[in-house]
Design a protein around this ligand. Structure first.
Ligand code: NAG
Ligand code: NAG
Ligand code: NAG
Ligand code: NAG
Ligand code: NAG
Length: 456
C-alpha cells in the first residue's frame, strides 16, 4: 500500500514537472523569437493580490462603469497598441507596423466618467500604462519641441481639477511619463479620492499634470492607467530629474482598489459590436448579454514590454496571450505565437501569410491596399467562417465584424476587412475579436480569461 502511494505520488510529480518543462520551453522560444524592440515577462500571481475566487460564476458583484467611445475628428488612437508599436518599431529599425500607422481606422478610445475628490472628470481608459492623472486648470501646453503654445492646442476636455484633497506626497515627487508616440505629461504628485464605477479609492496617489505635450480628443481631461505597479512613473523631487535612480514605485489605482479590500484583483471588459457601448467591470464579470459561460477559457498572462529608449521613462506594456491557432474556411493554422489583447486597436493583426489566406477566403477575395496597411473587399462580400482558438475553444468572429462598413475607401468604394497583416509582429486581438468575447484580466492569478459572446 505504501509503495502504491509512493508510486502514485511520484507519477503525479513527474507529470507536473514535464508540464512545467514544456511551458518553460515555450517561453524560452518566445523570448528568443521576440520581434525587435520587444521583451516578454511572465507575471506570477502575487500573494498580496491572490484572488480568493476561482470561478467567474461565484465572483462577487462587480462595479460597472460604462465606457464612452470617442469618435474624434482624427479618428485615430495614438495610444492603441498598433499605433505605439508603429512608432516604436520604426525607432528600433523595424518595419512591422510602418504602414499601419498611416491608416485612419486603427483605433478607438474609451472615456470613463470618473470623480476626482468628488468633481467629475472624464478620463481615458488605458490598460497599457499605470499612472492616473488629470490636467490642472493652469497647465502649460507645450509642442513637440518644448515650446509653449495655447492651452487649447492640447485639446483636453473641460479642466476643473485644481488640487489634491490630501496634499502632496512626502517627500515631494512628480510624475514624468512619455507615451509611445512621444506625448509627454508631467506634474506634481499628491493624494486624492478617485471614484470609478461607484467605487472609490481613498488617498490614491495621482498626478496633477501642469505640463503636457498632448494630442487630445476634446473629451477627456486625463488618463486612468489600469496596469501594474512596475509601470508607474513617479520620481523624487520637483525638478527635471527623471532618472531611474530617483524613481519611486507606488500603488496605482487598480492595485489600491484591491489593497483597500474593495474588490477582488480582477477586471473585465466587454465591448459591443457597433462600439456604441462598452463596459468596464471592476472586481468581476461584466453583465454582458450573449455570454456562453460553459465555454470559458483561462490562459497564462504574458506581458509584452517595449524596450525603453534610454534617458526617458518610456515604459509601456501590454496584456498578451498565446492562442492555439486560427480556424478559417475549414482549415486550421496551429502556429503558437503571442497576441496582445487591446480594446484600443480596431482590427486584428495576424502574421502576413495567415492574414493573406483569410482575406483570400472572402467572396470576393480581399485585396491589400498598402496605403491603409489593410485589406478591402466588396461591402456586401461573403466573409469566411473565422475563429481564434483559445485553449482548445473556438471563439467565432461574427461575420458582422469581418467587414468594417464605415471604413470605405473613397476611390474604389470597397470596405475594410477586420483582419490585417501585423508584419513582423507582435500580433493583436483588437476590437474585431473583443466584440466577440468578454475579456477578463485576472491579475491576482496572472491569467487572462475569455468567455465567448459572438451573438447578442
Ligand atoms: C509644475 O509642477 C512642478 C512641481 O512638481 C513645479 O516645479 C513646476 O514649476 C510646475 N510647472 C509649471 C509650468 O507650472
Ligand atoms: C453606489 O454606491 C452607493 C453606496 O455605496 C449605493 O447606495 C448606490 O446605489 C450605488 N449606485 C450604483 C449606481 O450602483
Ligand atoms: C478639437 O476641437 C478643436 C477646436 O474646436 C478642433 O480644431 C480639433 O480638430 C478638435 N480635435 C479633435 C481631435 O477632435
Ligand atoms: C448599435 O446596436 C444597437 C443594438 O443593436 C442599436 O440600437 C444601435 O442603433 C446601434 N448603433 C449604431 C451606431 O449602429
Ligand atoms: C508600406 O508602404 C510603402 C509605401 O509607403 C510600400 O512601398 C510598402 O510596400 C508597404 N509595405 C507593405 C508590407 O505593404
Amino acid at each position: 500500500m505504501v509503495i502504491f502511494l509512493l508510486w502514485w505520488a511520484s507519477a503525479c510529480c513527474i507529470f507536473t514537472l514535464v508540464d512545467a518543462r514544456a511551458t518553460s520551453h515555450l517561453y524560452r522560444e518566445l523570448l528568443n523569437n521576440a520581434p525587435p524592440g520587444i521583451t516578454y515577462t511572465f507575471p506570477r500571481g502575487s500573494n498580496a493580490l491572490m484572488s480568493v475566487k476561482t470561478t467567474t460564476t461565484t465572483s462577487s458583484k462587480p462595479y460597472i462603469q460604462k465606457l464612452q467611445p470617442i469618435h474624434s475628428a482624427a479618428r485615430t488612437n495614438k495610444r492603441s497598441v498598433a499605433a505605439i508599436l508603429g512608432t516604436h518599431q520604426r525607432s528600433v529599425g523595424g518595419t512591422g507596423y510602418t504602414n499601419v500607422s498611416t491608416t485612419n481606422a486603427y483605433g478607438t478610445q474609451y472615456a470613463t466618467d470618473s470623480f476626482w475628490d468628488g468633481s467629475k472628470v472624464k478620463l481615458l481608459l488605458d490598460t497599457g500604462s499605470s499612472d492616473t492623472w488629470a490636467v490642472a486648470k493652469s497647465f502649460q501646453c507645450i509642442n513637440y519641441a518644448g515650446g509653449y503654445i495655447p492651452q487649447e492646442s492640447c485639446s483636453f476636455g473641460p479642466y476643473s481639477v485644481e488640487k489634491f484633497q490630501y496634499g502632496r506626497t512626502e517627500p515631494a515627487s512628480h510624475m514624468y511619463i512619455q507615451y509611445g508616440d512621444g506625448e509627454t505629461v508631467s506634474g506634481p504628485m499628491g493624494f486624492s479620492d478617485i471614484t470609478v464605477g461607484n467605487l472609490t479609492v481613498s488617498r490614491q496617489q495621482v498626478c496633477l499634470a501642469n505640463s503636457t505635450y498632448w494630442l487630445g480628443n476634446n473629451v477627456t481631461s486625463g488618463l486612468l492607467g489600469m496596469a501594474f505597479p512596475a509601470l508607474t512613473n513617479a520620481f523624487l523631487g520637483d525638478g527635471t530629474d527623471h532618472e531611474l535612480g530617483s524613481a519611486i514605485q507606488y500603488s496605482p489605482f487598480f492595485t489600491s482598489l484591491v489593497d483597500q479590500g474593495k474588490i477582488d484583483p480582477i477586471f473585465s471588459l466587454a465591448i459591443d459590436r457597433n462600439s456604441s457601448t462598452g463596459m468596464l467591470a471592476l472586481g468581476g464579470i461584466a453583465p454582458a448579454t450573449g455570454l456562453d459561460e460553459t465555454r470559458e477559457v483561462s490562459m497564462d498572462m504574458i506581458i509584452t514590454n517595449l524596450i525603453g529608449i534610454p534617458a526617458t521613462s518610456y515604459a509601456y506594456s501590454f496584456y498578451t496571450v498565446i492562442p492555439d491557432g486560427w480556424y478559417y474556411d475549414h482549415s486550421t493554422s496551429t502556429k503558437k505565437i503571442p497576441y496582445i489583447v487591446d480594446s484600443g486597436t480596431t482590427l486584428c493583426y495576424l502574421p502576413p501569410n495567415l492574414a493573406e489566406a483569410i482575406n483570400a477566403a472572402y467572396s470576393p477575395p480581399g485585396v491589400y491596399m498598402w496605403m491603409y496597411g489593410a485589406y478591402f473587399t466588396d461591402c456586401n462580400a461573403l466573409s469566411p467562417l473565422v475563429a481564434v482558438i483559445l485553449n482548445g475553444v473556438k471563439f467565432w468572429i461574427n461575420p458582422q465584424d469581418m467587414i468594417y462598413r464605415n471604413m470605405v475607401d473613397p476611390i474604389s468604394g470597397l470596405c475594410m476587412t477586420g483582419i490585417a497583416s501585423g508584419g513582423a509582429g507582435p500580433y493583436i486581438l483588437g476590437d474585431v475579436f473583443m466584440q466577440n468575447a468578454l475579456s477578463i484580466f485576472d491579475i491576482g492569478q496572472a491569467k487572462m480569461r475569455f468567455i465567448p459572446r459572438d451573438k447578442y
